[in-house]
Design a protein around this ligand. Sequence first.
Ligand SMILES: Cc1cc2nc3c(=O)[nH]c(=O)nc-3n(C[C@H](O)[C@H](O)[C@H](O)COP(=O)(O)OP(=O)(O)OC[C@H]3O[C@@H](n4cnc5c(N)ncnc54)[C@H](O)[C@@H]3O)c2cc1C
Length: 415
Amino acid sequence: MSTIDLGRPVGSEEKRYDLYGGVPFWLVRNGIEPPHAPLTEDINVEVAVVGGGITGALCAHHLSEAGIGCVVLDAHGAGLGSTCASTALLQYEIDTPLHELAELVGTNNAVRSYRACWDAIDELQAIAKRVGHRGLERRPSVQYASRHRHVGDLRKEAMMRSAHGMLTTFEQGSACRAWLPFDVPAALRTDQAAEMDAWRFTHDLQRHDRERGVRMFERTPVLSVEENGGGVLLRTKGGFRVQAKYCVLATGYEAHGTLPKDVVRLHSTYAFISGPRKAQQAWPERALIWETARPYLYLRTAPDERIIVGGRDVPFRAPAMRDALLDLKCEALLKDVRRLMPDLDLDREFSWCGTFGSTKDGLPYIDRASKRSRIWFALGMGGNGITFSVVAAGIIRDSILGVRNPNASLFRFDR
Ligand SMILES: Cc1cc2nc3c(=O)[nH]c(=O)nc-3n(C[C@H](O)[C@H](O)[C@H](O)COP(=O)(O)OP(=O)(O)OC[C@H]3O[C@@H](n4cnc5c(N)ncnc54)[C@H](O)[C@@H]3O)c2cc1C
């Protein structure tokens, strides 16, 4: 029987829930939702989901749609972790290119991982429709070669993805101008991508699920999860107990110190959004734009013709050090874009930064604490944590239902 101690914070001993700094645009745009009451009694439930960010919301949604009773417990407020800071580009491309991932985990597993993320985009769109979320928009995704020496690998990547049924177009030189507003040596385009407001989506999802019986408790830190016989016992900071058959830990990057293995490296990342711009398209089809260099610069459009720019990642040391670099990093991002597009009217209205985790192969960890454990970790990592959250929700639901999920073996701790 294992006990997991959830009392350890990321980065700072004094201050918990310190996953972002600055002013995330989505919080300004949406405001704060009415709070939910904390847990004030002992309860019994089939599944206790710890974490009310986008991952916890998706897990609870999948479980409740399958008729499994669940509650969500959040230490702070729903969506106020990494979710509110997310720039929310929805891409099936994992941070490790398919041809490199194939060398790390084998071609079959690499292709299946990419396919799972490809399908996750369609699934997110279907969920958004079902719960009445209107902030998800389909976009093309264009990755450009940052340097001439990256062209060969980008071509190889396009060919490999297309060969495995993920249609990707590759162009070189002036032909890329049809997709991008600046000159690049080469670029790769896919139409399987989208952008969203992750904070709004999380709240729309939770509202829909609450109306269908999922209970949400905020300001309810869970201190420990303990396996006891046929179930799990959660103890909250308020002194209450939740007895459940299963527990899902969707605690985001705060899970870092609680994992069975030290498998995650933390980074700080930076982003800003422009003010509203004149009604004109910034670039063709409002594509999500990113590059081959590491760390990569990325751009997307947002409501009111705004532009979001992100990147300039550095290794994470402490929240205060991450936040101290905010102005410097965002100024550098602004210069990066001005170098690419000198004629674009771009200012910096809100700037923010956040902590995110990466893994050795770019894949998430979606697994039980140990072989027959009833405690699941749902950890999206890297640049496309949100697509991984959907994949996690499906795997965990199927496991609890006793249904075989072909993706389950891809994201284990012992891979
Ligand atoms: C700046 C930035 C840009 C990003 N851009 C993208 C992007 O473009 N595309 C993409 O797909 N992903 C992106 N990501 C990653 C994505 O935002 C995350 O993968 C996602 O938000 C993680 O959601 P989560 O629900 O797992 O974690 P969180 O949103 O952090 O939620 C975890 C919740 O768990 C709660 N919690 C933690 N410990 C406990 C406890 N002991 N008891 C109770 N509750 C607890 C916290 O209060 C928190 O609300 C970005 C991240 C950042 C920071």
